[in-house]
Ligand binder design. Structure first.
Ligand SMILES: *[C@@H]1O[C@H](CO)[C@@H](O)[C@H](O)[C@H]1NC(C)=O
Ligand SMILES: *[C@@H]1O[C@H](CO)[C@@H](O)[C@H](O)[C@H]1NC(C)=O
Ligand SMILES: *[C@@H]1O[C@H](CO)[C@@H](O)[C@H](O)[C@H]1NC(C)=O
Ligand SMILES: *[C@@H]1O[C@H](CO)[C@@H](O)[C@H](O)[C@H]1NC(C)=O
Length: 268
């Protein structure tokens, strides 16, 4: 019996989940998050038995096999296909035909959010990494400030850590921070504030870009005067005042005594 490549690819697809040949594998991150408008590079690698030679590679969204196995009407929905590269595509293949299947998405759009699968064609047919990688796209609407304290009131001298969160994790992004609308010098997903004084009080916001479009709702920080702290300061001030007063009194007494002595001497 002569098998056509399509039948072979079906057999390979069926063999995949049984782990019959562990050498066939595509490794992607579980999920990946991108801010709308930015460029994402999705890491990916693949392996195959030595006897299989890779001819073509493709990436497709929301299709477990990337490739219509048996009855296929219309075209398969690929975003990248090395045998059919679209010049205007925002999807670039940075990988190779050996083991790297890294995909770059330029100027991510909201509708790019999908589960993407990598597929490669060998002399044994197409093989697809069916787990896929889920790509989330955030427009910044869900950017929030979270704090390490349960309420907004922190004692003077205390500390608080604010984190900027959204559907995305921000490992490759600069996060900007503001207090009462004024930019702070700190950047990064976490803002650590310590030795709090009334100066730190105010409304904190974080933003994913300098245009201020992807900005969180404000989080208010109130710094509570520490009575103990102030009492000790008052005590120190009182002691200093007392010492100064005592010295002045002594000086005054000295002057008065000296005067009295001089007067006495004059009289004598
Ligand atoms: C890639 O393009 C070729 C040629 O148009 C087509 O035969 C193949 O099915 C495509 N592969 C995928 C996975 O879409
Ligand atoms: C795959 O290719 C990309 C882009 O060229 C590169 O950044 C990455 O380091 C490569 N990955 C591996 C595992 O070689
Ligand atoms: C993508 O979104 C899903 C569902 O909202 C979530 O479970 C997942 O953690 C997100 N992934 C990343 C990398 O943020
Ligand atoms: C906070 O105060 C402590 C003790 O007064 C000092 O050692 C520390 O350097 C201060 N930290 C900052 C960030 O100012």
């Amino acid at each position: 019996m002569k098998m056509n490549p399509r039948t072979l690819s079906v057999l390979l697809l069926l063999a995949g989940p049984l782990g019959a040949d562990p050498d066939w594998h595509v490794e992607y991150p579980e999920s990946f998050c991108v801010v709308e408008g930015s460029t994402a590079t999705i890491p990916c690698s693949f392996t195959h038995p030595k006897v299989a030679l890779v001819g073509h590679v493709a990436w497709c969204p929301n299709h477990m096999f990337c490739h219509c196995p048996m009855f296929c009407y219309g075209t398969t929905p690929d975003v990248y296909n090395s045998s059919n590269v679209r010049a205007d595509s925002r999807f670039l293949y940075l990988g190779d035909l050996v083991g790297n299947c890294t995909l770059k998405i330029i100027k991510t759009e909201k509708q790019d959010a999908a589960r993407y699968h990598f597929s490669f064609e060998t002399n044994f047919g197409w093989w697809t990494g069916r787990k896929g990688v889920r790509v989330n796209v955030t427009d910044g609407e869900d950017v929030k400030v979270r704090s390490s304290v349960t309420d907004n009131v922190v004692k003077e001298g205390g500390q608080v850590t604010l984190t900027c969160t959204s559907a995305c994790s921000f490992h490759q992004l600069d996060v900007l921070w503001y207090r009462n609308g004024h930019a702070l010098s700190e950047t990064g997903p976490a803002l650590h504030l310590s030795n709090l004084t009334n100066y730190n009080a105010g409304d904190y916001t974080c933003s994913l870009d300098s245009s201020g479009q992807k900005t969180s709702a404000p989080w208010s920080l109130l710094v509570l005067e520490d009575e103990g702290f102030h009492r000790s300061v008052h005590l120190k001030v009182a002691v200093v005042k007392g010492v100064v007063l005592a010295v002045l009194l002594l000086l005054l007494a000295g002057v008065v005594f000296a005067k009295w002595c001089t007067n006495k001497t004059k009289r004598i």
